[in-house]
Design a protein. Sequence first.
Length: 380
Amino acid sequence: MGIAGRGFCLLVLMAILAACGAPAASPTPAPPSVSPTAPAPSTGLEDSCGDRSKLSKELYLFNWPDYIAQEVLDRFERECGVKVIVDTYDSNETLLAKLQAGATGYDVIVPSDYMVSIMIKEGMLAELDKNNLPNLKHIDPAHLGLYFDPENKYTVPYMWGTSGFMYDTAAIPRELKSWKDVFEPAPDVQGKISMLKDEREVIGAALKYLGFSMNTTNPDELQKAKEVLLRQKPYVKAYTSDTNRDLLVAGEVVLAHIWTGDAIRARDAKPSLKYVIPEEGCTIWQDNLAIPKTARNKYTAEVFINFLMRPDIAAINANTIKYGSPNRTAIQQRLIDPALLNDPGIYPPEELKRRMEWLIDVGEAIELYDRIWTELGVEQ
């Protein structure tokens, strides 16, 4: 389940990513700027609904679970007269498979970085009409022009974050800081672990634990990662991307592989939970808004995407789902909760980002990843 300005030196950013094994063309998002002296750009309120005569009555959004504020959907319906119908998926691979199987009813989808690369190669995404996206001016340039869509022909940024792990300090009376705590769990953790239901994330975490790139195509390295996962499996209660937060809060698991926003929301409900970016590093990712070529309501989809980039709407979304926002105006105008902006779990400092890695399209080697996932026996 995927990132203020380009004031940071581009060469430094490229060096950081190169050290992580990611392409130099994919800069890591810089920490948000909240300078009170920054000029306040237009709020974008004038750019809400486009040409209302061209809007459809309904819009179909295919999204990750709990990944958009209901208030945002209500506001779009109230302001623009369009009802958004939401369907969900739990992994990029599920999204891809559904579209490849012929699903044609979706107008907006939310693929992560490496999946955008795959979908572009497969000819699955429609080019965006930037004339219908005036609120793109509010997006931090550090989140644009990334490796998977260098000209942003097909996507605009939605949210960004990391994939670390979270544990319950009330149940585990010691500090956990390594993937070793996840893949070689102590007796009091065994059977009380949840892992993301996402093959690239899970296999990537095992690779990172072993000191390999999360994007390796080396069969020997992938074989070693498989062995780690098979040894860990008896201690895993669930592979889930949509209920790991609930399992933590309920105490059914005490350690979970988890995405940033889910971790922060879980901590809000249960303060004894602690989110960790492992010392070996983890995934950094960006989720993006895109329109399938098969979309029936492309203009309305672009208006909706533009609406999501309006600073006040982006702030409502970020404050609710608690992922990193790429909306520079919302950050500069302090529309986002300062407690979130100052949380290193959401907006990690530079020293933490140096240990992170983007997932990229591994080409034909994806068959090796698929085989490991099949042998691991995670139910689809």
